[in-house]
Design a protein around this ligand. Structure first.
Ligand code: GCW
Length: 668
């Protein structure tokens, strides 16, 4: 059996276990919808399709049933029932012989239906009541897709948006995309690259975007557009794009009105400004707040918002990029309009395989902060290395900022509970493309899946999420599921081990960001070299971010300073993020830094080899195409893990002047 992966985790293949199938068939006599609403209609159709595939039943959609034995979809006003449900939360329970899916909103009913299908797909019983609410309000994908069909940092083919065919041809993928996202509770998408072309604001493109928005709307997904700050000049013919200029403000007001004529429920703008050469308010001596608030004003008559990115830095060879977003934005805390959310990357540098959380989290009590993760694997093996990212997302969200005492996790900053932010936002840079299986590496689908599940509920464990995904995508064989889950859990630490152990960061090849280039001494931007970050010298390795050099550690709380700030207490995984450690310094593992570094690089390769062997054992459980694809990619991964290991160890050896230890013993 071969599978091209195009159905993602919504395969709905017939359940083979007869007993199990029978237990689910209890509720397949009909699907009843109480009101005529496009979302409820799509929900019913999804259940109908799911039941047909999984259970082999032909289930009719009816309005207002009076019998038993079906699924009842209801938008409920029953206070007692819906009190516990936030936003688009749902409840699923048995009542009078039916299974009721209830929510305050149509979208909530849709999410409930997908939860039901997920339970059937993964063989869970339907005996207990289910209640679930999203913890974060805006759960969003950010596409870095360009008008010409390319995708910045996309590793799965070209863009899924066929701009040349729109608005007339609706590629069936748009619907599949909407279903996949809705199945996770993702409710927003910004459809174009943050390095934005003004073209997306032309009438020609608005018509195309409207066509996409119309497809996504019934699935509860709002469309956002990334905008180029210079658009008043490039499109409007104005002399300036100064956010305090009345003509400029008028232009944005009118443009925003125009967009709403196409897309009445427009989600809003996403803006990358004064970052990596993109235009912005600073070009006119204005601040990020001036720029964001101008757009917020244009958005005032509407429900939409402005998402303003905090990914900014100065390219100062003597500075510390770690601190720059913090320093640029700190004076603006409290100055952003209530419609503005500042979107901050998970870490202070740039989506490195392991970063400490961004110090802005917990330090901006008067600004609505959202978080941005990268699902596409720019620095994480792109589409050849198997790297399951849920543990990385969780590591960041679960870290305590201590900003309001113990328990002030990044997740609580983001979900709005710590600083009372009703517009909570989590965004992930999409990894979708035109490849048959959407994401390149078959396992990269799991990262889209995991992002969505954690966006809904960040308390879910990486293991549970992986288990769901494996069950729906690869196999429901219990033993195989355990083995695949182990592979997934080991994958990220393995990747980090042969690329960026001990807190090393930003040593990738220039431009493509794929392989190693620790020797990079000259780059277009001075803070994009490798030596800027690893600071290898005859004494040791690592960026001293304590008071001895940049003092970036002071941006964190006292409690964090006591751990990460102290080389004796710092978690080894973060060590070289904060300290310049002597080559011969003994670490808590019993190895010297040099030995530990070599051990991790070498062991990373060994771990890849183990992953390869473990995968081979799974052949009987996996469809032929997916099996072969992963197998081949693991071979590439092995070869490239050796490349990383040798490049880095041999390069650092010139500084440590120590031999590669003969026997690389595991740490204590
Ligand atoms: O990591 C860098 C990427 C750029 C990207 C930028 C950003 C969209 O290399 O390709 O540009 O981050 O997040 O703005």
């Amino acid at each position: 059996m071969a599978d091209d992966g195009s159905r993602l985790w919504l395969k709905y293949d017939l359940i083979k276990d007869q007993k199990q199938k029978l237990s689910y068939q209890k509720y397949t006599k009909f699907i009843s919808i109480s009101a005529n609403h496009p979302t409820l209609q799509k929900t019913a159709e999804e259940l109908q399709m799911g039941f047909a595939g999984l259970l082999g039943t032909k289930t009719n959609i009816v309005s207002n049933n009076s019998q038993a034995g079906g699924v009842v979809l209801e938008v409920s006003t029953n206070q007692a029932l819906t009190n516990d449900l936030a936003n688009d939360g749902f409840a699923i329970f048995a009542q009078k012989g039916n299974l009721v899916i209830s929510s305050k909103s149509e979208a909530g009913v849709l999410y409930g239906a997908f939860e039901l299908l997920r339970r059937i797909q993964t063989g869970q019983s339907l005996n207990e009541n289910i209640v679930s609410s999203p913890k974060i309000k805006i759960r969003m994908l950010n596409h870095w897709d360009n008008a010409n069909g390319t995708v910045e940092r996309g590793y799965a083919g070209s863009s899924i948006w066929k701009w040349n065919e729109l608005p007339f041809r609706i590629d069936p993928r748009y619907i599949a995309y909407a279903r996949a996202n809705a199945s996770l509770g993702i409710n927003a998408t910004s459809i174009n690259n943050v390095n934005a072309s003004s073209r997306f604001l032309t009438a020609e493109y608005l018509e195309k975007i409207k066509a996409v928005a119309d497809v996504l709307r019934p699935y509860g997904i709002k469309v956002f557009i990334s905008v180029n700050f210079r658009s008043p000049r490039t499109l409007g013919g104005l002399k300036t794009s100064d956010p305090l200029d009345p003509e400029v403000r008028k232009w944005w007001n009118e443009k925003t009105k125009e967009i709403h004529q196409y897309i009445p429920d427009f989600g809003g703008y996403l803006v990358k400004a004064n970052s990596e050469g993109e235009p912005g308010p600073q070009d006119y001596g204005r601040t990020h707040a001036d720029g964001a608030n101008m757009l917020a004003e244009a958005m005032k008559p509407f429900s939409g918002i402005v998402i303003w990115r905090a990914f900014v830095y100065n390219a100062d060879p003597n500075g510390d990029r770690f601190k720059e977003a913090y320093e640029q934005f700190k004076p603006l805390d409290g100055k952003f309009d209530e419609k503005v959310i500042v979107q901050v990357k998970n870490g202070p540098i740039d989506f490195m395989p392991r970063e400490p959380f961004h110090p802005m989290f917990g330090n901006f009590p008067n600004t609505k902060l959202g978080i941005e993760f990268q699902i596409t694997q720019e620095y994480l093996g792109q589409s050849t290395h198997l790297t399951y990212l849920a543990p990385m997302f969780k590591e960041c969200l679960d870290t305590d900022t201590y900003s309001k005492g113990k328990g002030s996790t990044v997740a609580k900053v983001i979900d709005g509970s710590l600083y009372n932010n009703p517009n909570s936002l989590i965004a992930g840079v999409a990894n979708t493309g035109s490849d048959a299986n959407w994401c390149g590496h078959p396992f990269n689908q799991a990262n889209w899946y995991a992002f969505g599940r954690l966006a809904w509920d960040y308390t879910l464990s990486s293991e549970k999420i992986a288990n769901e995904w494996i069950g729906m995508t690869l196999t429901n064989d219990e033993k195989a599921k355990i083995q695949i889950n182990e592979i997934m859990q080991k994958s990220l630490p393995t990747y980090i081990s042969y690329t960026y152990p001990l807190g090393l960061h930003h040593m990738m090849g220039e431009g493509h960001h794929y392989g190693p280039e620790p020797w990079l001494t000259k780059a277009a931007r001075p803070d994009w070299t490798s030596i800027y970050y690893h600071k290898a010298d005859s004494v040791g390795l690592g960026f001293d971010r304590t008071g001895k050099l940049s003092n970036a550690i002071k941006l964190y709380s006292k409690e964090i300073n006591e751990t990460w700030g102290n080389p004796e207490k710092c978690d080894l995984n973060y060590l070289l993020w904060f300290h310049h450690i002597a080559w011969n310094k003994k670490l808590s593992t019993g190895n010297t830094l040099w030995e530990e570094l070599c051990y991790r690089y070498y062991n990373g390769v060994v771990e890849v080899q183990k992953l390869q062997k473990d995968w081979l054992k799974l052949q009987p459980y996996i469809d032929t195409e997916t099996f072969a694809s992963v197998n081949a990619r693991l071979k590439t991964q092995e070869k490239e893990s050796i490349w990383w290991r040798d490049a880095c160890v041999l390069y650092f050896k010139d500084f440590s002047k120590m031999p590669i230890p003969n026997s690389l013993t595991p740490p204590n």
